[in-house]
Write a protein that binds this ligand. Sequence first.
Ligand code: IFM
Length: 720
Amino acid sequence: MIDLWTIIEDSFEPKKQHHKETIFTIGNGYLCTRGAFEEGYPDDHRATFIHGVFDAAPIVFTELANAPDWLPITVYLNSERFSLDTGTIESFQRTLDLRTGLLKREVRWRSPSGTTATLTFERFASLADEHLLYIRCRVTPEFAGTVEFRAGLNGNMHNEGLVHFQWQGQGKQDDVIYLHNRTRKSGIEIGTAMQITNVVGREVIREDWDVQNAPTRMVRVEAVPGQTVGIDKRVAVFTSREFYSADVVTVAVHRAREAASWESALEVSKQAWAEEWDRTDVIIEGDNEAQIAIRFNLFQMLIAAPRHDDRVNIGAKTLSGFGYRGHAFWDTEIFMLPLFIYTAPHIAKNLLNYRYRNLPGARRKAQANGFEGAQFPWESADTGDEVTPTWVPHFAEPTKLVRIWTGDIEIHISADIAHAAYQYWQATGDDDWFIELGAELILDTAKFWASRAEWNAEKDRYEYNDVIGPDEYHEHVDNNAYTNRMAQWNLQTALEVLEWLKKHAPKKAKALMKQLDLNQKRLETWGEVIEKIYLHIAPNGLIEQFEGYYQRKDIDLATLEPRTKSAQEIFGIEGCNETQILKQPDVLMLLYVLRNDYLGEIVQVNYDYYMPRIDHTYGSSLGPSIMAIMACEVGKPDDAYEHFIRAVRADLRDVRGNAGDGIHAASAGGTWQSVVFGFGGLRVTSDGWTAKPRLPKHWKRLSFKFFHHGKMQEVDIKGK
Ligand code: IFM
């Protein structure tokens, strides 16, 4: 019987370690730790990222700071250090149990001098108490002598060379070892405390080594052939983000000391996982790969999702890697949020509150650009100010710099956030939240759109010029259909919301009208922009992606095959800009996001046109999950499957060769949408919900749950 809940690695391949560190990331929504090995290697990318723990960094403004390492355990077999790069690996297996979040490695290893043992390392981040982390190490020696465990904390961490955490102190209270660090610029304190419990075997000697910034406890036990020995290590982590006034060290020490044993903690964590999976799991029968892979993608979303903090967002690489520095993009609202809206509305609310709390940053951005209202940053971190780097090294020629324009002109994100707030409201019926917070997001972004619109008197229309749409192969375009239509949607919805507020929450309506200066004249302008915004739609329904798109070179992507590079790498940034090749769906993205407004024929004609022009394999990882849905929309579930499988494999198979930088979060979130909105055909409108399934031929069953207005719904579809 195949285990459909476990990711398995059966051999150790050093060249793939960065990729595997990402895959074997564990976490609990407070922090995530990459799957680096306890004993450490010079080239590993070991990292623990904690939500909201940002620190200043050159070029990228700010980044999630790599926290003190809680993993270190080195094992000595009769004084020989266990290490995978010496001796002989007789057998190796690593497994990640997605159902419980337990990561396990079992290695039978022979040292250079022939001393052999089987070592197992297990670790988990408690989902029941997000400040607690556990490792269990067991060694079954095939020799007599001693086994020594050196378990510690290591504050000497860095972000690819940049050190963020400064040492503040360390010490011991009773049996607990602690470390105190603080980020260099943002001044966030972190207390990490460690306790060694449950020493198995006859203890010969125990010492504490007060190594600066790396306190370590050594426990040596007697080795008897065939008799398993070992230690349990439990760690507590707190930052000053949770405890503004209390001493983070005191709290961490107390928690490490008082925490439950491995067995009890694992049990309650498993229960917490069982509750998560009960809401979130998707069952696919007839396709084992798809079943495991969708669970893997959901797991990655679940370990990154902030459950108890509404001041943080999920970065484009979750908390699983250095890529994009922990910055959040539209990836959250469009690709990840629907999963949470429908399966864990409390998490969706936290993520939306983050945007609400960061309205001041969005207002600063609008003002700095000469606009009104709220213009959300393309990349967002702790303050809500724009943190997109302006220049970065060229991907192919790193000695050259490339100007990144997204932070300046990829403006659709403001409407994406407004849309997400509206979708949350529609799906949950959470009027209280909408009145208090959500409505303001929609109204203030509308204010931005009205002020950003350009009046073209000659053509009697409003325009948004010099923008980037979702398809980033085309920069500095005029009247991108996605941007224009989403802006129009934002303005239209804002007017409707205002009317709704006047009726259902008149005091709030009055307060917001005053606060945002929503006078009659302003609202009339909104109406004019809505009416006269430019959109090029041909009589057959074909929407031009941006003005002049059809005049760009039309290249048959098939002529580029066989290839291993993206169209942008082949043609160069400028060259690709001159073609019709798309990095990711743009018009089709629009038809997806606003799917309740568009009819089948329009979808078909645009699908037929744009689908062959998308750089599916080498373009953006955000594309495939959406393409799967659009293929379902035009009645091609088996084509949809090709896109879907590409999306679920994105990280597991390292399709783009960059999974080592972290999980492709948007792709992971999008896979849930492919299954539920694509194959399951779920449609939610103000009238309720319907499901119009279109399963791939070989699927025998698809089953999922979702919340609608607070009630759990279940969809169970049998294949043919
Ligand atoms: O937000 C995306 C963008 O759409 C394509 N480039 C990568 C970004 C982060 O995932």
